[in-house]
Design a protein around this ligand. Sequence first.
Ligand code: NAD
Length: 299
Amino acid sequence: MNGAEIIDGKAYAAGLRARVAAAVPAFRVAAGRAPGLAVVLVGEDPASQVYVRSKHKATVEAGMESFEHRLPATASEMELLDLVERLNADDRVDGILVQLPLPSHIDEKRVIATIDPDKDVDGFHVVNAGRLAVGEAGYVPCTPLGCLMLLKDRLGDLSGLAAVVIGRSNIVGKPMAALLLAENCTVTVAHSRTRDLADVVRRADIVVAAVGRPEMVKGDWIRHGATVIDVGINRVPGAEPGKTRLVGDVAFAEAAAVAGAITPVPGGVGPMTIAVLLRNTLVAAHRRAGVALPEGAIG
Ligand code: NAD
């Protein structure tokens, strides 16, 4: 019996995108220009091409300016750094996103460190990681911020809740833990060296799984009524030969039988990432232009 509420990330993301789009005309009037997002793609990685295309489409649909820059896979690190510097200096650009992964001859850390932290709408710059850690306004990576929005939408005040984050990457696990701590959760970060993971997860009111292992988190790890956010996107063989399907890091059917609420894969966390990217770009535009963003406009 499937008892959990299914958290509809697709619907929440559509709502957030609509709220962002609705705030753009007032910004245009106040600043005399649209918010602008620059996306840089190096090389021809097929998955990255799909992401960059969807980001461009979503940016334009929100009424923002999209600046796309494509460099060949053979581009040197210096060429990419020069481009980032030009985007840093370009006043029409509020957000800069360099699509990862980069070709192996380019140092990702160096590229991210070159992005102006106040245009770092991906929230990957160490300055923004530091701002998050100490509770200053900055930019938070899109996926964990999207997870937090879904959690607050479902649970309201998170104060005092026990949260277990499985995974400690700089992109998802660590910022997720920092966000939950800032919401006054009691946070445990589990990872590949954690002992008795099932027992750790059983204590959680909130479980965020960001591991990258198909259906690793089992139903009997979940406390009755817990809220489960599944960040994992894993491609596994499908029912028909030659076909694949997407699954999360959580064994969905088992977990949904005991959880209070759970995000599906696909349709849960996935759609939130681009919606939050647009949200971060809108925030960056207002901060850079010195225009106040109407209170509560975008959550
Ligand atoms: P990562 O590989 O950088 O980190 C994985 C983490 O999982 C590590 O910290 C590791 O310690 C932990 N881990 C590995 N094996 C474990 C085990 N057996 N037990 C407990 N912990 C274990 O991955 P990431 O970038 O954080 O992404 C995690 C997942 O989220 C992936 O499936 C990725 O595709 C997905 N993801 C989705 C979105 C989105 O929805 N838009 C965005 C980013 C990542």
